[in-house]
Design a protein around this ligand. Structure first.
Ligand code: GSH
Length: 203
């Protein structure tokens, strides 16, 4: 049995949980709730020296991280649906969409961490605006041409869904104003991938 260290609220963990559901692998993985907030969680830090979740322990000792690598590993364990095209332009398209969506997540998480880990008098507005601008530019680019899928969504699409879900969860869904095509896109994704609703974080 593999072991996934994650948190019910982690958007990166949500990517992995969606992958498990979509690939029909849930019975192969035990999900263990892990809290990164204290910073000295021995189980997390000895699994991933970066102290980050999600981390997947595959054989009692070998750790796989980060969320991209875990999802690609899981994709290799079951034949369909294919979440990572094996080669060619389709592969790079999927990976770049995944990177863009991960970048939205990284900026959104840094905004949360600014307030969680720094005292209020150390919050730095220009730095916060810089992160917000990354999110804004990425969303505006995606709004122009929301990424279509063929038979079913792939890793890029599920990562974007996790990012938009996180903006809903932690940033009051402000992204929705001004991005009607992306809002419709997320609704379509939720229909195509029931795993999205199943993994929705509950505060
Ligand atoms: N690039 C990583 C990011 C993972 C990440 O930042 N996870 C957060 C929780 S949502 C975390 O572990 N934060 C603790 C820390 O940065 O110290 C991934 O895709 O897995």
């Amino acid at each position: 049995m593999m072991k996934l260290l994650s948190s019910p609220l982690s958007p990166y963990g949500r990517k992995v949980k969606m992958t498990l559901l979509i690939k029909g692998l849930t019975d192969k993985v035990e999900i263990v709730a892990a809290d990164t907030n204290p910073g000295d969680n021995v189980e997390i830090n000895s699994t991933n020296p970066l102290g980050k979740i999600p981390a997947l322990i595959v054989d009692g000792k070998t750790a796989i991280f980060d969320s991209h690598v875990i999802c690609e590993y899981l994709d290799s364990l079951a034949p369909s649906p294919v979440l990572f095209p094996k080669s060619g332009p389709e592969r790079w398209k999927t990976l770049v969409l995944g990177s863009l969506a991960d970048g939205i997540l990284d900026a959104a998480l840094l905004l949360v961490y600014e307030k969680r880990f720094r005292p209020e008098d150390k919050w730095h507005a220009p730095w916060q605006q810089r992160q917000q601008a990354k999110i804004g530019r990425a969303l505006d680019q995606l709004e122009k041409n929301p990424p279509a899928w063929g038979q079913s969504p792939d890793y890029g699409h599920l990562t974007l869904a996790a990012a938009l879900g996180y903006l809903d969860f932690r940033h009051e869904g402000k992204w929705r104003a001004g991005h009607p095509k992306l809002v419709a896109w997320l609704d379509q994704f939720a229909k195509a991938a029931p795993a999205f609703e199943v993994t929705r974080p509950k505060a």
